[in-house]
Design a protein around this ligand. Sequence first.
Ligand code: F0G
Length: 360
Amino acid sequence: LRKRELGVWRYLDFLPVKDPKKIVSLNEGGTPLYKCENLAKKLGLKELYVKNEGANPTGSFKDRGMTVGVTRANELGVEVVGCASTGNTSASLAAYSARAGKKCIVLLPGGKVALGKLAQAMFYGAKVIQINGNFDEALVMVKELALENKLYLLNSVNPYRLEGQKTIGFEICDQLDFEVPDMVILPVGNAGNISAIWKGFKEFKETEFIEKLPRMIGIQAEGAQPIVKAIKEGLLEIIPDENPETIATAIRIGNPVNATKALDAIRSSGGLAESVNDEEIVEAQKLLAQFEGIFVEPASASSIAGLIKLINMGLIDKNQKIVCITTGNGLKDPDAAIKASKMPTEIECDMEVLKKAIDD
Ligand code: F0G
């Protein structure tokens, strides 16, 4: 390992970069792994950690993939990059392409992208196009543009993205002094991240930095769960969901491009897949904020919601070491948070009224 601080480029020797001078970085990675004793106690668990990817430069794990993906674009000398996105990928690509001096085109599902993410993509200067359709349709369209050489595609079909994201696995090992967790639980949308993290753990095992592998647990929203269905029904391939729907707009995806790799990650790690509904997601989002001070977006909270559901189903050994990955910052989706909150009490500027309001 490089003698450098925690972060994606600490693992340069594991990354497919030919010319380190071409690296485009915003100091991504090196995110906190919080030991969550309050939540563990509430859930009756011995050892629970949250790996908070919301602490990345643009507020999601996508930055780990983009630093490697845009570095590759730089090496190739391409001028235009692009992606389809439920929001975070577009925010991240817009930032990294700005830093690399490249033009950026993003396709979004109209009306279904959280406000913070839309603000980011626009403000970093990307060409933002909203389609009257969902993410899966946007991805088909942008793939076609890539095949026509109109842009270099930076969705997770691009293997360089996954190479960057596998560093989440490396970092968890590093932060736990190479005591590998028994389970890693994370939200699944387009299914790149679970595949990437699994690859990371496997590479660390091959290099003998670690002795065992964790079980990979994929959580999807009830209204968008093709991977969960395929796992539960023992299918070799997923059946796409034509009308995905969930409050967790980041994972509102019916036809994940990395499904095959994700099914392999879950199956060969002896893992699990489970779905959670919108109510469970919001409840978990609040729990994490109010018990641990960690504010995550709804999609990210699905990892905690999934953990709770699996505990209730009796599928969790409470003495095990569990890591939940929270993939995006709560500030990404202020609407969802406000909707789930009690609005502030409004009063006149009067001390007596104030004291009464505090006690109410
Ligand atoms: N969590 C968040 C916050 C996400 O933004 C995403 C994906 C996921 C989880 C799922 O990760 O796709 O690798 O399985 N967001 C993509 C986007 C689709 O466009 O921002 P995955």
